[in-house]
Design a protein around this ligand. Structure first.
Ligand SMILES: [Zn+2]
Length: 470
């Protein structure tokens, strides 16, 4: 049995046009469910959202659809095997919970009553992430209808979690518990965006994150700076010296071993990043900052996407009320976070930060350092066949060259990479103006349908160009 190598661009568009109205109506129905995972009084809505999606995935044709309970909100799993056992297995990741939203936050209309204004669909979750999960349903139907297949060209799995907006607290456990069912050759995350409406991009990596809190304790209580100051160590001074020692004059992190293993950008990757239409002035306005600053020898985009950082998130100690209080404070503290890039191991980072700190604690100061759970970085090489399929599929949908970005933030996708040992690819159609987590969140309907179109081309391309080596 043979299938066309390429799904037909115009047939896919016609199919989507025919089903567009029903698709948007269905999405609106889902958006009306206020699945706010952070608010306990919406727990029933989050469950209803999972059940709604499960029913819709069954209707789409997935032969296996299950709602998986967690200690918190439920996730939805769906599976649709390919007829060809040698076809690659792809897991699509997204989430069905949303950020809190209330009319009085500045919404022009009820956040849970979707409205269409021109090309925009406004509702909480329109872009983050219900719209981007939902485009996969029409995408797979368009793939089947336009290629005459009964099953997708790849083994298709979906995992749509219900706690992303409240920190994915049980996600790692969920993935570990169901690792067998989730096993896949690649993970496609549809919970991200692209550069701009006229610049389709794929993201190839995401930074990781390690966070710690360091406390320095000096005297057993605040003591008189006239009677004792200058003759005992001051924990606030010691914390300040520690923080000042974090970076050198070139804004490089000084902790020995910090850059161990860092995957450096290739010349080609640097060129590709430089091709993006980046307006630094505009970026600065978005940053609400007055100057750029960072590691010498790197551009702003390289700094936020491809370089590891050490950042002071908060610092304090001693008297901070009105007027003066002449004391040597009993304690001082700092909260640090480290963004990590491919090649860096959070466990190694924790060890070297602990050692580096311990070496800098003056006599007479006791210290305590605690680390939060870390997130690993992920990076997919440019020549990975699955990544190239995403780029081709997106290029066919958009009719434009597809460029490459990375993500400076960190997310639960790294757990999938970790546990499943599969590369993570990012396919998102959201644009920066979509207002994630903000009032009046929206999705551009044209782009949503480009997401549908991309996946309609993607599964066939992947199956054709990326065979299982067994
Ligand atoms: Zn999201």
């Amino acid at each position: 049995m043979s299938h066309p190598v390429d799904s037909d661009v115009s047939a896919v568009r016609t199919y989507i046009e025919q089903h567009r109205a029903a698709f948007l109506d269905d999405l609106a129905e889902w958006l009306r469910i206020p699945s706010v995972s952070a608010q306990p009084d919406h727990a029933a809505d989050v469950r209803r959202s999972a059940d709604w999606l499960a029913a819709k995935l069954r209707e789409t044709g997935f032969p296996t659809v299950e709602v998986w309970a967690t200690e918190g909100a439920p996730a939805v799993f769906a599976e649709w095997p390919a007829n060809d056992p040698a076809a690659p297995t792809v897991l699509v990741y997204g989430h069905h919970d949303v950020q809190p939203a209330a009319r009085e936050d500045g919404w022009g209309s009820d956040p849970f009553e979707p409205v269409v204004r021109g090309n925009r669909l406004h509702a909480r979750g329109a872009a983050d992430d219900k719209g981007q999960v939902f485009f996969h349903t029409l995408g797979v139907r368009a793939h089947l209808a336009t290629t005459g297949r009964a099953a997708p060209a790849v083994h298709l799995k979906m995992l749509v979690e219900g706690e992303e907006e409240s920190g994915s607290v049980h996600f790692r456990d969920l993935v570990e518990e169901h690792a067998d069912r989730l096993a896949s050759d690649a993970v496609i995350v549809s919970d991200t965006g692209m550069w701009a409406e006229d610049t389709p991009t794929v993201c190839t990596g995401m930074r990781g994150l390690a966070e710690c809190e360091i406390h320095f304790h000096g005297p057993d209580q605040d003591i008189h700076s006239g009677s004792f100051g200058g003759a005992v160590p001051n924990p606030a001074t010691a914390i300040a010296r520690l923080v000042a020692a974090l970076h050198d004059d070139h804004a490089r992190v000084t902790i020995p071993g910090f850059y161990d293993g860092v995957t450096e950008l290739t010349d080609r990757e640097r060129e590709l990043l430089a091709e993006l239409p980046f307006d630094e002035e505009r970026w600065l306005r978005t940053a609400k900052s007055y100057a750029t600053h960072g590691e010498a020898g790197h551009t702003t985009l390289e700094r936020v996407w491809t370089r590891p950082t050490a950042e002071v998130n908060g610092i304090g100690g001693g008297y901070q009320g009105p007027g003066s209080k002449t004391v040597v404070p009993a304690s001082a503290m700092v909260k640090l976070s480290f963004r990590l890039v491919a090649g860096q191991d959070p466990d190694h980072i924790e060890k070297i930060v602990r050692d580096w700190t311990a070496d800098r604690v003056p006599a007479g100061i006791r210290h305590r350092i605690t680390f939060a759970a870390a997130t690993r970085p992920c990076l997919t090489p440019l020549d990975h066949p699955a990544l190239q399929s995403v780029v081709r599929a997106m290029g066919r949908a958009f009719g434009k060259p597809v460029r490459y970005t990375r993500e400076g933030g960190s997310g639960p996708a790294a757990d999938l990479q970790d546990v499943l040992g599969a590369p993570v690819l990012f396919l998102g159609i959201s644009v920066p103006s979509d207002g994630w987590h903000a009032p009046n969140e929206k999705v551009e309907i044209d782009l949503l349908l480009k997401g549908v179109e991309t996946t309609a081309h993607l599964w066939g391309d992947l199956a054709e160009n990326w065979r299982h080596e067994s």
